[in-house]
Design a protein around this ligand. Structure first.
Ligand code: 5GP
Ligand code: ZN
Length: 116
């Protein structure tokens, strides 16, 4: 997707603070962190949302979670714990239409989840 911001980051057309990369996924710091540690893990290939995942994407999704787990260890937030968050679609609050897993930690974080 030529106008997708995360595809541009994946193609290194837009700078980001990269923390991990392999053939399937990429991890970089969120530009507007909401926690002391806020990392985004994305597939390199454009997939709009979790809704668009197919059976063949199982390995990819597993890789995203494993990358998050390994990064949490590397960033020393594993012991105290952290949150992993996928926002999905409009009611899920997803703003960037390219699948991304938020790794959030470094402090105890509130969950103010309620209908608005
Ligand atoms: P969403 O609300 O879609 O789950 O989260 C999108 C996230 O992407 C937000 O936390 C936002 O700060 C982050 N983000 C948006 N644009 C950029 C960007 O250009 N660079 C980086 N590093 N993060 C971005
Ligand atoms: Zn994209």
């Amino acid at each position: 997707m030529s106008d997708c911001i995360f595809c541009k980051i994946a193609k290194k057309e837009i700078p980001a603070e990269f923390l991990y990369e392999d053939e399937l996924v990429l991890a970089f710091k969120d530009v507007k962190p909401i926690a002391p540690v806020h990392v985004l893990i994305i597939p390199k290939r454009h997939i709009e949302s979790i809704v668009n995942l197919r059976k063949a994407d199982e390995l990819l999704v597993g890789r995203m979670v494993m990358a998050a787990k390994d990064l949490a260890e590397k960033l020393q937030i594993s012991k105290k714990g952290y949150k992993l968050l996928f926002r999905v679609g409009e009611q899920g609050g997803q703003e960037v239409p390219h699948v991304h897993l938020h790794l959030l930690g470094g402090a105890k974080l509130s969950e103010n989840i309620r209908p608005i």
